[in-house]
Design a protein around this ligand. Sequence first.
Ligand code: NAD
Length: 290
Amino acid sequence: MKIGFIGLGNMGAPMAANLAAAGHDVSGFDVAGTTAKGVSSATSAVEVADGADIVIAMLPNGDILRAVAAEVIPTMRAGTTFIDCSTVDVDSARAVAAMAEAAGILCVDAPVSGGIGGAAGGTLTFMAGGSEAAFASAAPLFDIMGQKVVHCGDAGAGQAAKICNNMILGATMIATCEAFALADKLGLERQKMFDVVSTSSGFSWSMNTYCPAPGVGPTSPADNGYTPGFAAELMLKDLGLSQQAAAAVDADTPMGQRALELYRQFVEDEDGKGKDFSAMLPRFETRGRS
Ligand code: NAD
């Protein structure tokens, strides 16, 4: 298949390289001039879309996605497919889907989880939104770039799933970190805390798989000085998207709102930028109640 890939950043470059390694003819474009292994470099987004059977975007946010989609969709042949793997707001995903539909292009919003390691290893999870036909056209590529895909519903459903998942993750990571900090102050050994909670009703992915306490549980960014992993500012972005979506549909999400406030404070005022999102633990350790 001839594939155009727009956005060769931390995630996009290894995803594009995996498609090329699987034998597809991939051309890529990034405004920063980045490249990917096995992918031919184009000089514009329009150039990669020209003649492509499938165009994939992996971009920073919804505004950039809308601008790129408005540029490339008119270039694409009717019946081809536009896949957006970026994490963006639900409205942008739906606006791009409407733009594509009007041009006779199939469209899938397919944000991912699994991070840079998952992108490199081809083990991402895709959460897809779009028609059955659009999903069917994209599915073979999800199988190359990932190990699990869920067709969540119509346009925007993939983004909805992603932001709901990450709202749970943000709140759970904070709860895990504050509980470790409380346990420290109560004189409870971290290993004992892990042994109990990871096999009790407080267990979670944050505790069991991505434990924020160094030296405890499986290896995680905490064991590497809190180098991301999943950066605190990306969690802040996703929590912002969750609250934007919640406001749009009048959903009451007080935990998500509080998690957003804490990550904003951490990133903007507490030196959290560039650290893994689990670095909330040392942040809590240094604080008292006020
Ligand atoms: P990144 O900043 O490394 O990559 C984005 C790339 O897009 C950059 O290289 C940038 O130069 C390029 N770009 C910006 N505007 C462009 C344009 N107009 N045309 C072409 N290229 C353009 O970010 P990333 O970590 O690769 O994340 C990409 C998306 O995936 C984001 O939406 C992010 O929220 C999401 N995501 C990231 C992770 C992660 O762990 N990094 C995990 C899941 C989802």
